[in-house]
Write a protein that binds this ligand. Structure first.
Ligand code: COA
Length: 444
C-alpha cells in the first residue's frame, strides 16, 4: 500500500509581537508569572495592517513551493483549515491560490480546493483527507497543500485575550514523505459541546474553564477509541504533540494522556511503589469519590521522576514555538510537531523511524489522536525552517499599538493606521474589490 504523510512544512508568523510579561501584564495589573508560568506563554504574534489569514497562508505556501522546486502543476489539491474565514462562500484556498498564481508561471485550475472547519482540529482533518486522497491514487502523482491559517483574536478583556496569536503552517502531503508517514489508525472523541463558538460573529464566545474540561474529556475518549485498536504504552512514542491553546493546557493534557496509556502496564506497576496503583471506579462508592482520587493520583504522578523525564523528553520540546507566538488555532498542533523536530535536530536526538502520538482537539468539540512515523529525511527538511529569524524580526508592540492593531482587524471598527513594518518579498492585503472581495498583491 502507498504510504503518505507530511513531506515538507513551512511556518509563517504574523509580523507583530505583544510581549505578555513586559507589555500586557502591567496594564492588566497581573503578575507576569500568570502568563509565563501559569499559561506558559511569553508573547503573542499579531498580523500587521497589511496581513491576514490569506497573506500568512500564501507566504508560507510560496516559501514551501520555492524551496521544494514545485510549480502549481505539481499540486492537485489545496485545503485550507481555518476558523477565521471572512467569506461564507468563497473558500480561503481560492484566495491563496490566486496569490500564488500571481508569482508562479502556471495555474491551479485542475486542483481541487476547499476549506475545512472544525475549530482547531480542522488542520488535522485536512491532512487526513489529503493522505486519503494520495493513498487512494486519485492524486495522479500530484501532492496536496494543506494550509492551517488563523488570526486568533478575542474580544478585548475576554479571558482568552492573553492566549491570542496569528500565523500559518503550510504542509505538503505526498507519497514517500520526508518528514512523517501518517499511519492509518486513529481514535476519535466527539460530542456536541458549546465551550467555544462563533455564531455569525468574529470574536468567539468562550467558556474558558469549561473548554479546558471538554478538551480533556474528549481527549480521553479519543485515546480510549485508539486503544480499542492497538495497545498503547508511554515508551512507544518519542514525541507527543498536542493542540496548544496555551502550553499550560498541554501540561494537563499530557498528565491525563500518560496516566491513561500507562494504566495496566509495567509503568503503572513501577510507579505503584511510589504513589500506589491508579484508582479504578469499582473501588469507590460514587463517581465523585473516584474523580477526587483520580485527580490526587494525577497530581502525585506529575511529581514523579519517571513522569517528569518522560514529559521533558516527549512533550516539553513541542511547546518551543508556541510559547512565543500564542494560539494559532488550526496551526497549533502542527507548530508542536515542527517545534519538537526542530528541538530534536538541535540536540542531536535520533528520531528516524520513531513514532509520534499526535493529539489534536477542536472546540465544539472533537479530539483526534493518530500515530505518525518519523522518516529518515526529517532532519534535512526541518533544518530549512527560518522561524527563529521571523520571530526575531517581529515588531514589538506597545500596549496602545496593540489596541490599534486589534481594532484594525476588528470588522466592527474602521481604524486605519500606517503599518508598523515594511513588507518585503511577501503577499500583502491590497484593499477591496468591486464585489466586496479582499485583494492581494506581491511586494518585491
Ligand atoms: N504564577 C504562576 N501561575 C499562576 C499565577 C502566578 N502569579 N497566576 C495564575 N497562575 C496560574 C493558575 O493557577 C492557572 O493554572 P492552573 O490551571 O494550572 O491552576 C493558570 O495560571 C491560568 O490562570 P487562571 O486564573 O485560570 O487564568 P484565567 O482565568 O485568566 O484564564 C483560561 C485561563 C484558559 C480560562 C483563558 O485563558 C481562556 O479563556 N482561554 C481561551 C480558551 C482556551 O484556550 N481553552 C482551552 C481549550 S481549547
Amino acid at each position: 500500500m502507498t504510504t503518505a504523510g507530511i513531506d515538507a512544512v513551512e511556518i509563517r508568523t504574523g509580523n507583530l509581537k505583544l510581549d505578555l510579561a513586559e507589555t500586557f501584564a502591567p496594564v492588566k495589573d497581573e503578575d507576569p508569572a500568570k502568563y509565563t508560568k501559569g499559561l506558559g506563554l511569553h508573547a503573542s504574534s499579531f498580523p500587521d495592517a497589511y496581513e491576514d489569514i490569506v497573506t500568512m497562508g500564501a507566504n508560507a505556501a510560496k516559501r514551501l513551493m520555492d524551496r521544494k522546486g514545485l510549480t502549481p502543476e505539481d499540486i492537485g489539491r489545496i485545503d485550507v483549515a481555518t476558523e477565521s474565514a471572512f467569506d461564507h462562500s468563497k473558500p480561503v484556498s481560492t484566495y491563496i491560490a490566486g496569490c500564488l498564481e500571481d508569482v508562479f508561471e502556471d495555474d491551479f485550475h485542475h486542483a481541487n480546493k476547499g476549506e475545512r472547519k472544525f475549530a482547531c482540529l480542522a488542520g488535522t482533518q485536512a491532512i487526513d483527507d489529503a493522505v486519503n486522497w494520495v493513498t487512494s491514487g486519485k492524486n495522479r502523482g500530484r501532492a496536496a497543500l494543506v494550509i492551517a491559517t488563523d488570526t486568533a483574536l478575542y474580544e478585548r478583556g475576554d479571558s482568552g485575550e492573553a492566549t491570542q496569536g496569528a500565523g500559518a503552517v503550510a504542509m505538503l502531503i505526498d507519497e514517500d514523505p520526508d518528514l512523517t508517514v501518517v499511519e492509518p489508525l486513529q481514535g476519535f472523541g466527539s460530542a456536541d459541546e458549546t465551550d467555544f463558538l462563533k455564531p455569525n460573529q468574529q470574536f468567539p464566545s468562550v467558556d474558558g474553564k469549561r473548554s479546558m474540561q471538554v478538551y480533556l474529556a474528549r481527549m480521553r475518549e479519543a485515546l480510549r477509541d485508539l486503544e480499542e485498536q492497538r495497545d498503547l504504552h508511554p515508551d512507544d512514542f518519542a514525541v507527543v504533540p498536542f493542540h496548544i491553546p496555551f502550553p499550560g493546557m498541554v501540561r494537563k493534557g499530557a498528565a491525563l494522556g500518560y496516566r491513561h496509556i500507562s494504566r495496566g502496564t509495567d509503568v503503572e506497576d513501577a510507579l505503584a511503589e511510589e504513589i500506589g496503583p491508579q484508582p479504578r471506579p469499582d473501588d469507590f462508592e460514587d463517581d465523585e469519590a473516584f474523580r477526587d482520587a483520580l485527580s490526587e493520583y494525577t497530581d502525585d504522578l506529575t511529581e514523579t521522576d519517571r513522569y517528569q523525564e518522560w514529559y521533558d523528553l516527549t512533550v516539553e520540546p513541542t511547546l518551543g514555538i508556541s510559547r512565543y507566538v500564542g494560539n494559532w488555532y488550526t496551526g497549533s498542533v502542527h507548530l508542536a510537531r515542527a517545534a519538537a523536530l526542530r528541538d530534536a535536530r538541535e540536540n542531536g536526538r535520533d528520531l528516524d523511524e520513531q513514532q509520534m502520538l499526535v493529539c489534536s482537539y477542536g472546540s465544539g468539540a472533537q479530539a483526534e489522536v493518530h500515530i505518525e512515523t518519523v522518516q529518515p529525511g526529517w532532519e534535512e527538511e526541518i533544518a530549512q525552517l527560518n522561524v527563529e529569524e521571523q520571530l526575531r524580526e517581529r515588531y514589538d508592540l506597545s500596549f496602545t499599538e496593540y489596541e490599534q492593531i486589534h481594532d484594525v482587524h476588528n470588522y466592527d471598527e474602521s481604524t486605519d493606521i500606517d503599518a508598523f513594518t515594511t513588507p518585503e518579498e511577501e503577499f500583502v492585503f491590497d484593499g477591496w474589490g468591486r464585489m466586496g472581495e479582499r485583494k492581494y498583491t506581491y511586494v518585491e
